[in-house]
Design a protein around this ligand. Structure first.
Ligand SMILES: Cc1ncc(C[n+]2csc(CCOP(=O)(O)OP(=O)(O)O)c2C)c(N)n1
Ligand code: SF4
Length: 250
């Protein structure tokens, strides 16, 4: 019988995922592995991971990885890519990492049009450290540091990194996706593939923002998080292509 679905080669057979059950970090990691296999670039891929739940994939990926200080992924990726232009270099970052401590690194890498790909998992919270408010936490959303819900008068509105990057001249490709339905999982994979293909073709900076969940810190079952996302996250952060100036891939 022909095998139609198989484990990506980047995930070893005895792999143990550190992600909580139902967390979309897992799904995105599988998709990244599938894309690397399809593009046949596993041997020349370098993944820059920052501190956050993204690091929980360390034991189950076989492509090269570097774990860097919280927020510094785009700076390290810039250096790595400039010195190794033949490598596929991508960052894997939480929204806290990308839009809070790493906001300067992200904006300036995008503004310079670095030929790297950023994959960011926006679960609207600091997952790894126990559910504190992130820059992306939505108005009214509860977190351990805002138990009554995020209040505009206190801390302002959620930061939309896509829209900020969309004001810059250099970025080539910006898209928001999610893994909340099978159809959207397919779109997420296509977006990751496009970002990588653009980089391999030397086209410049791309970012794919995956609107995601955190069953553990949202205190919801994985299924309930899907309902919550539909009501809240996907309204605050609508899905779709924000910019695509990559043109044809040869
Ligand atoms: C310089 C520094 N500041 C703060 C921390 C603490 N810290 C570790 S992970 C994290 C937040 C992670 O949240 P996010 O980036 O949204 O990723 P998630 O875990 O939700 O996927 C923080 C603040 C740290 N490790 N290093
Ligand atoms: S804490 Fe949240 S973001 Fe981190 S692995 Fe668990 S469910 Fe995923």
């Amino acid at each position: 019988m022909e095998k139609v679905i198989k484990r990506p080669s980047t995930i070893p057979e005895n792999a143990i995922s550190g992600f909580c059950p139902g967390c979309m970090h897992s799904t995105v990691n599988k998709l990244i592995g599938e894309v690397l296999d399809e593009l046949n670039v596993v041997d020349r891929t370098v993944e820059i991971i920052c501190i956050g739940c993204g690091t929980l994939n360390l034991k189950y990926r076989e492509n090269d990885q570097a774990v860097v200080a919280h927020g510094r992924a785009c700076a390290v990726a810039t250096g790595y890519k400039r010195c190794n232009p033949d490598k596929l270099v991508f960052t894997y970052q939480g929204d806290g990492d990308l839009a809070s401590i790493g906001i300067a690194e992200t904006i300036y890498a995008a503004n310079r049009g670095e030929n790297i790909s950023v994959i960011t998992i926006n679960n609207a919270i600091y997952g790894m450290t126990g559910g504190q408010m992130a820059p992306t936490t939505m108005l009214g959303q509860k977190a351990t540091t805002c138990p009554n819900g995020r209040d505009f008068n206190d801390v302002g509105a959620p930061v939309h990194m896509m829209d900020i990057l969309n004001t810059l001249k250099a970025p080539v490709y910006l898209e928001r996706v999610s893994c909340n339905t099978p159809a959207n999982i397919k779109k997420t994979k296509a977006a990751i593939k496009k970002a990588f293909e653009y980089q391999l073709a030397g086209k410049g900076f791309s970012m794919v923002e995956v609107i995601s969940n955190c069953p553990t810190n949202w205190n919801l079952s994985p299924l309930k998080t899907l309902e919550y996302m539909k009501e809240h996250n996907l309204k605050e952060f609508p899905l779709g292509v924000v910019r695509d100036r990559g043109g044809e891939i040869k």
